[in-house]
Design a protein around this ligand. Structure first.
Ligand SMILES: *Cc1c(COP(=O)(O)O)cnc(C)c1O
Length: 459
């Protein structure tokens, strides 16, 4: 990525958080007590926490200073206007409704735009997005390109929409039965894979033709913009800020989880161009989140988001962020470990299907691998496979996704490359003794979003 000359982080460390180092025996006990679910571990028992990049970013000194400027007025907070200005300047949407996090915005937009029995096509599902769509009465339809389901396909934009799939759905059910097209940039569940601007524009054109709205999930839009700069012909000389803006121009509105690219620990928002949708969102936000000028956030949270929105489009920052993810991925590839390729923007995904090829999907290979990685080195990861996919709401049967992955998610500005080396060593050791690893059975299954709280035992 950088040739012979190496680059380093465009920041220095001002404060440190000591980590507890545990023994293999302590970790084996902790894993058993957590029912082999890494979500149920205590963070004190974790050495390197790659569970998620959500809300785990290190804030900058400017963001910490901004916290002190928070205006905690119940209504009309100055901090809301700081957030609104940042959204207008960087994303280009005139209207914003803050929410406590991304799913709060997903709830609002699903309730506003979906009529019972409609469809919400999307470029691979995301757990909370799809659930809110289903709760509002919609049926999700996957319209991502086939390559996204193949961990060995090295296409540069594996998050793209397959336009034929979208056209086919429009022909089949009619445009009036499509609530909106729901597009994530990047696609978390496909491994943090980006969507090209050419593809977004083609989707936008097709949808305009049929009067269908295109709603973006902009959670990792800065990472997506960086990939466009690096990979899409014609954008190498554009800044990430400019590309991000062009990306947003393809959407009628977005949901945003600020816990990801906005570099804060909590928050999110819904942004849009249409005043009628804004009106409905303001009506609903007071019921579910809070006043339209705080939406479940403190004034200080909105200040920190406003600063983070500008920091996420700093070219040096975003280049280093994606570089570090790639640095971990390349070490694993060099050792022959099966991972999803190309490496995505926020995480390295181990391909548990190929890693533990002796296990059936019903023995939860990704859940198993995540558990063993923790016991081996105190590195916490998460399952993205059959457990996360849940059950079909109609038939009640397990969904059996093609992708059976373990996600090693890299928090932003938190760990050094040396931490990445420790992770790589542990994964490589496990790969070398993979045949000694046996699967799991599920002992407790909650009714929805089961991956968060399900419990397992070794077979
Ligand atoms: C995290 C995430 C969400 C939901 O956001 P929360 O802030 O966790 O509620 C939605 N979409 C994608 C792609 C995400 O990664």
């Amino acid at each position: 990525m950088t040739g012979r000359r190496r680059t380093a982080e465009p920041y220095r460390i001002k404060m440190v958080e000591p980590l507890r180092v545990t023994t293999p025996e302590q970790r084996a006990t902790a894993m058993a007590e957590a029912g082999w679910n890494t979500f149920l571990l205590r963070s004190d028992d974790v050495y390197i926490d790659l569970l998620t990049d959500s809300g785990t970013s290190a804030m900058s000194d400017r963001q910490w200073s901004a916290l002190m400027m928070g205006d905690e007025a119940y209504a009309g907070s100055r901090s809301f206007f700081a957030l609104e200005r940042a959204v207008q300047e960087v994303y280009g949407f005139p209207y914003v409704v803050p929410t406590h996090q991304g799913r709060g915005a997903e709830h609002l937009i699903s309730q506003i735009l979906i009529k019972d029995g409609q469809y919400t096509p999307g470029n691979m599902y995301f757990t909370t997005t799809r659930l809110h769509q289903e709760l509002a009465g919609a049926q999700f339809v996957d319209i991502i390109v086939d390559e996204a389901h193949d961990t060995t396909d090295r296409s540069p934009f594996k998050g793209n929409v397959d336009l034929l799939k979208l056209e086919h759905l429009i022909d089949e059910v009619g445009p009036a039965q499509i609530a909106y097209v729901s597009l994530a940039v990047t696609v978390n569940m496909a491994g943090g894979q980006p969507v090209s601007l050419a593809n977004l524009r083609a989707v936008q054109d097709l949808c305009r033709l049929h009067g269908i709205l295109v709603w973006g999930d902009a959670t990792r839009c800065a990472e997506n913009a960086y990939f466009i700069q690096q990979r899409e012909p014609g954008y190498a000389d554009h800044s990430v800020a400019d590309i991000l803006r062009q990306t947003m121009d393809c959407f009628d509105g977005i949901t945003m989880s600020s816990k990801k690219d906005n570099l804060v620990n909590i928050g999110g928002f819904l942004a849009m161009r249409d005043e009628a949708i804004l009106q409905r969102a303001r009506e609903l936000v007071v019921v579910y989140e809070g006043m339209p000028t705080y939406g479940g956030l403190a004034g200080r949270d909105m200040e920190a988001i406003a600063v983070g929105i500008h920091e996420m489009v700093d070219d040096a920052y975003i280049a280093d962020r994606v570089r570090q993810v790639d640095y971990l991925g390349q070490q694993l590839l060099d050792a022959g470990v099966p991972i999803m390729e190309p490496v995505g923007g926020h995480a390295v995904f181990l391909d548990a299907r190929r890693f533990l090829s002796h296990l059936d999907q019903e023995q939860f290979p990704a859940q198993t691998l995540a558990g063993h990685l923790y016991v081996d080195s105190g590195v916490r990861s998460m399952e993205r496979g059959i457990v996360s996919a849940g059950r079909d709401p109609k038939t009640g049967a397990n969904r059996t996704p093609k992708l059976e992955l373990v996600r090693l998610t890299i928090p932003r500005r938190v760990y050094t490359d040396r931490h990445m080396d420790v992770v790589a060593d542990s994964v490589i050791d496990l790969y070398e003794r993979r045949e000694s690893i046996s699967g799991l059975e599920m002992l407790y299954e909650p009714p929805s979003l089961r991956f968060f709280t399900a419990r397992f035992a070794t077979l």
